[in-house]
Design a protein around this ligand. Structure first.
Ligand code: BGC
Length: 414
C-alpha cells in the first residue's frame, strides 16, 4: 500500500513537472560508511521500485568536505550531477549562484511548507523558493557509550562536565581508550561544537558560532572552551590522527574505547553491527547540553539540467519527502525525519528521544545549527575555524593563541 501511495505521488510530481520519461539519477554523496551505505540502499531501492536507475557518485570523507570540493570541480567543468547531498549554508551558496533547480511545484503538490520545520526551511529554500529536499535531521551533541564497559567500570551516565571527566579517568586507569576520536578537522569541529555549548551555554553558542560576535569569540569563556578541548585531547589514543569517524565508532563497538562524541550517524554503525541501544550501547546528550539540540540536516539539491526540473529529479525529491520513506530511511541512518507530522513509534529509543528533543528544542528556542556541519555559518568561516581548532587540538597553539587566531580567522572570512 505504501509503495502504491508513493508511486502515485511520484507520478503526480512527474506530471507537475511536465516530463514524461524517467532516466537514471546520478547522485553525489559522502555516505560510504557501513551504516550510511545501508541507509542509502533504502533510497536506491525506493527509486528502483519506480523504475529509476541509480548512478552512484560517492566521495568518501565524513562531513562532506571532500564531496564539496569534487562538486565544485564537476560544476566548473560543466558536468553537474543530477542530485547532490548537501548541508546548510552550502545549499544557500549554490542557490545564490543560480545552479539549483526550483522544486516549488513538487513542494506545493506534497505540502512541504506545512510539514518541514522552519529551521530546515531556512536552508531548503532560497529567496522563498524550494531548492532542496531534506531527507533527515541529524543532531551532533550526542555521546555514544559502550554499555558493557561502563557496567564493568561502574560508570553511571555522566550528567555534567565533571562527571564526564571522572568517567574518562576511570576508563584511562583501566587501560582503555576513554574517548574514541578521529583526528580530522570536521571531527575536531564536532567535538568543539559540543564543548562550546556545554561551556558557554546557548546564548554563547548563538553569539559565537551564529552571530560571529568578535567580543564573544575573543572572550575568556572561549579560552575555557579551548582549555577543555586540551583536556579531552588527553583521553584520546595515540593513533587518532586521520582516523575516520566510523573506525572510531568501531572502537566502542569492539570494547576498545568507552565513549565517542559524535553525531547520530554513529548510531547507524552500531545498528549495522547488530547492536541494540540500551543493551549494547547507550546514547545520551553531551554533558551540560541536555536542554539543547545542535542539528544538521542532509538535503538533496537538484542541479539545473535545463529549464524545468527533470522527471527523475522530481521523482527523487518526491520519494525523499514521502512519510513512509522518511521513517524507513531514518531508522537505518540514525537520524530522525525531516517532517514533524510523523508517528515515530518504529524508531528505536535513541531515535524517539532525538525526534522529541528536536521538536521541543525548536519550540523553546534551544535549537541551533551545528557549526561543524555547515548549519551555523558559511563554509569559508567554518573552514577557517576548523583550521584553528585542529591546530590547537594538535598542540600547535596554546588556548590564548587559539582564541586570537579564531577572532582573526572569522574577521578575514566573514
Ligand atoms: C552528514 C551525515 C554523515 C556524516 C558523516 C554529516 O555531515 O550530515 O549524513 O553521516 O556527516 O559522514
Amino acid at each position: 500500500m505504501r509503495r502504491l501511495t508513493m508511486t502515485m505521488t511520484a507520478t503526480a510530481a512527474l506530471m507537475t513537472a511536465g516530463m514524461t520519461h524517467a532516466a537514471d539519477v546520478e547522485v553525489l554523496h559522502w555516505w560510504t560508511a557501513g551504516g550510511e551505505a545501508a541507509a542509502l540502499n533504502v533510497l536506491k531501492e525506493d527509486l528502483a521500485g519506480q523504475g529509476i536507475g541509480w548512478e552512484d557518485m560517492p566521495v568518501a570523507g565524513g562531513g562532506g568536505t571532500q564531496a564539496m570540493t569534487v562538486l565544485r570541480a564537476r560544476v566548473t567543468s560543466g558536468n553537474a550531477p543530477t542530485a547532490v547531498q548537501m548541508l546548510g549554508f552550502d545549499i544557500t551558496d549554490w542557490a545564490k549562484e543560480g545552479a539549483l533547480a526550483n522544486l516549488n511545484d513538487i513542494a506545493a503538490e506534497n505540502g512541504w511548507d506545512e510539514v518541514v520545520p522552519a529551521a530546515l526551511q531556512k536552508f531548503s529554500k532560497y529567496d522563498g523558493e524550494w531548492v532542496a529536499a531534506p531527507v533527515n535531521v541529524h543532531s551532533t551533541n550526542w555521546v555514544w557509550a559502550d554499555k558493557s564497559l561502563m557496567d564493568e567500570l561502574g560508570i553511571d551516565q555522566p550528567q555534567t562536565w565533571d562527571d564526564f571527566i571522572a568517567a574518562l579517568d576511570k576508563a584511562k586507569e583501566a587501560g582503555l581508550t576513554p574517548l574514541a576520536h578521529g583526528g580530522q578537522a570536521w571531527q575536531d569541529g564536532t567535538l568543539f561544537d559540543a564543548v562550546l555549548l556545554a561551556t558557554g551555554g546557548p546564548d554563547f553558542y548563538q553569539k559565537t558560532m551564529i552571530d560571529l560576535d568578535p567580543e564573544a569569540l575573543g572572550s575568556d569563556t572561549m579560552k575555557q572552551v579551548f582549555d577543555r578541548m586540551g583536556v579531552l585531547r588527553g583521553y584520546v589514543d595515540d593513533n587518532f590522527s586521520g582516523r575516520d569517524w566510523n573506525l572510531a565508532t568501531a572502537m566502542v563497538i569492539n570494547d576498545e574505547a568507552v565513549f565517542q562524541m559524535m553525531g547520530d550517524w554513529a548510531k547507524g554503525e552500531f545498528l549495522n553491527a547488530g547492536q541494540t541501544p540500551g543493551e549494547d550501547f547507550l546514547c545520551f546528550r553531551f554533558p551540560d547540553t541536555q536542554e539543547q539540540v545542535l542539528f544538521n540536516s542532509d538535503q538533496f539539491a537538484m542541479f539545473s539540467q535545463g529549464d524545468a526540473v527533470s522527471d527523475e529529479q522530481a521523482a527523487l525529491a518526491t520519494a525523499i519527502m514521502s512519510p513512509g520513506f522518511q521513517i524507513a530511511f531514518n531508522k537505518v541512518k540514525g537520524s530522525v525525519p525531516a517532517r514533524t507530522d510523523l508517528d515515530v513509534g518504529e524508531l528505536d529509543a535513541c531515535g524517539q528521544q532525538g525526534y522529541e528533543e528536536f521538536k521541543a528544542a525548536a519550540s523553546s528556542g534551544n535549537l541551533f545549527g551545528s557549526f561543524a556541519h555547515g548549519h551555523a555559518n558559511p563554509a569559508g568561516v567554518k573552514n577557517a575555524m576548523y583550521d584553528v581548532i585542529t591546530a590547537h587540538f594538535n598542540g600547535e597553539y596554546d588556548s590564548e593563541t587559539a582564541v586570537e587566531e579564531l577572532v582573526t580567522a572569522v574577521e578575514i572570512n566573514m
